[in-house]
Design a protein around this ligand. Structure first.
Ligand code: PXG
Length: 463
């Protein structure tokens, strides 16, 4: 593995106050309470290299979130800039509608098929994970219609799932706060999530909870009628929901139920794909055979906006033989994004990043995180590969969190940032998902800052 090169040229000076003012007056941010943000002032990120980001105040911060779960190869890989520039000169745009294609998209599809599980036969491209899941809703319904079973149109998902922010992908997700802002589309149902720490019944083991959570799918199918249900969708490991790692019993039971009632199984690999869990796809980590696998994020390591859906032979055959599938985006398979994604995937492959996560840095991060269980605030640590959560609790014995109003996660996140580490807070869970190139020394730094931030948080809430 190449050590990241810390390029100080990417650390540039800016007039923070002027940028914050321009930002406040002109830019509407995603997922943001604008008023609250501008009271504090926006944090302006101006450059990045390896696992570090630089801000307009001269700060250097370890990025424990790989951007937004996406910068798998780390920042500052100039090869990708060169590939993008060359492709822009050669062919900056052309579509793949109406009987055309171009070399970058054809090559990327072939490259992905080689890396994907054996049952995958084609790749559809989109501009994001949300568009990939909108594609899934249309694909599932088109598939069953083409097979003469048009009533099989409902898709079952889980509470606290995240599948995107467009109307259909948001509906597939199970985020209550999002549903409350405008409602959801018809034909989507939600069942319980396999979250042992907070959903277990008294005395219930992880394996028992895993089975019960999976069997909620069977109950829901029977309630709706299998003739009305087209698919089940789940993230192999819930990401935005706070890194919910399913018990070992969960996915085999889900798979069994999908087979029994003839449901398509959609494994949302937008976060877990491209090495995150120590395999190319988390479907391998959990032994899932999926019919559709939405991808994005690590596909280009965030260097270009691109997503897609890996399509199984079962679904592809029906779609291919069903005449025109009236679906696609102007930027489906965009040549510059495809060329960059292809180079990114080659970097992951050629530099052995997946193996490094599986054999070295994944186990090391999880082992070091387990040390935190001695800390008075830490009720549970959970994770797989290079994604993890630390659950902050008031009462370890009974798994009880501090009151929500205290925003303990936010307190800890703010200390971490002041100490030089980006972590995300999801309620009382501290989330991490560093670039796959993080070294053991950088994991030590991440741990040192995490411990210090936990101590400061404890001092504040106990004092
Ligand atoms: N599926 C999964 C599993 C995701 O995590 C999407 C789909 C949608 O991808 P796009 O590219 O449309 O954003 C995601 C995105 C958070 C957070 O707060 C997580 C995501 C996006 C924004 C915020 O953790 N994941």
């Amino acid at each position: 593995m190449n050590a990241p090169i810390h390029n100080t040229e990417r650390h540039t000076e800016h007039d923070t106050k002027a940028l914050q003012e321009l930002d406040k007056n002109n830019y509407m941010h995603p997922f943001t309470d604008s008023k609250a943000m501008h009271e504090k002032g926006t944090r302006i990120v101006t450059g990045a290299d390896g696992c570090y980001i630089f801000d307009s105040e001269g700060g250097k911060v370890l990025d424990g979130m790989a951007g937004l779960w996406c910068v798998n190869i780390g920042y500052g890989r100039d090869e990708l800039a060169d590939v993008a520039a060359a492709q822009m000169r050669q062919l900056p745009y052309y579509n793949s509608f109406f009987g055309t294609a171009h070399p970058p998209v054809i090559k990327l599809a072939a490259q992905l098929k080689k890396l994907a599980p054996d049952n995958i036969s084609h790749v559809f491209f989109t501009g994001s994970g949300s568009e990939s899941n909108d594609t899934n809703v249309r694909m599932v319904r088109h598939y069953w219609q083409a097979k003469g079973q048009p009533t099989k149109r409902t898709i079952i998902s889980r509470h606290n799932a995240y599948h995107g922010s467009t109307m259909a992908s948001m509906s597939l997700g199970g985020m209550k706060g999002m549903h409350e802002q405008g409602g959801i589309i018809d034909g989507v149902e939600h069942i319980m999530q396999p979250h042992w720490y907070h959903e277990a019944l008294a005395g219930e083991t992880e394996d028992e909870l895993g089975l019960r959570a999976a069997q909620a799918l069977e109950t829901k199918i029977l309630e709706l009628g299998a003739e009305n249900v087209g698919a089940f969708i789940g993230e192999p490991v819930q990401g935005a929901g706070a890194v919910i790692v399913p018990p070992a019993t969960y996915w085999p039971e889900i798979q069994r139920i999908c087979k029994k009632y003839d449901l398509l199984l959609i494994a949302d690999e937008v976060i877990t794909g491209f090495g995150r869990t120590g395999n190319w796809f988390a479907c391998e980590t959990y032994g899932i055979e999926a019919d559709l696998m939405p991808i994005a994020k690590g596909l280009s390591s965030g260097y270009m906006p691109i997503g897609g859906v890996l399509i199984s032979e079962r679904v592809a055959k029906v779609v291919i033989e069903g005449g025109e599938f009236a679906h696609g985006y102007t930027y489906s398979g965009h040549p510059v994004a495809a060329a960059v994604a292809s180079a990114n995937v080659s970097i992951i492959e050629n530099e052995g990043m997946v193996e490094q996560v599986r054999d070295v840095t994944g186990p090391y991060l999880q082992q070091r995180l387990a040390e935190l269980l001695d800390h008075p605030l830490v009720g549970q640590v959970r994770g797989v590969g290079l994604m993890a959560a630390i659950e902050l609790v008031k009462d370890k014995e009974n798994h009880i969190n501090y009151p929500k109003e205290l925003e303990i996660g936010g307190i800890c996140r703010d200390y971490a940032l002041a100490n030089g580490l980006v972590m995300r807070a999801v309620g009382a869970s501290m989330i991490m998902c560093p670039p796959l190139v993080i070294s053991k020394e950088e994991i030590d730094e991440l741990m040192e800052i995490t411990k210090r931030s936990l101590d400061q948080t404890l001092a504040q809430v106990a004092g």
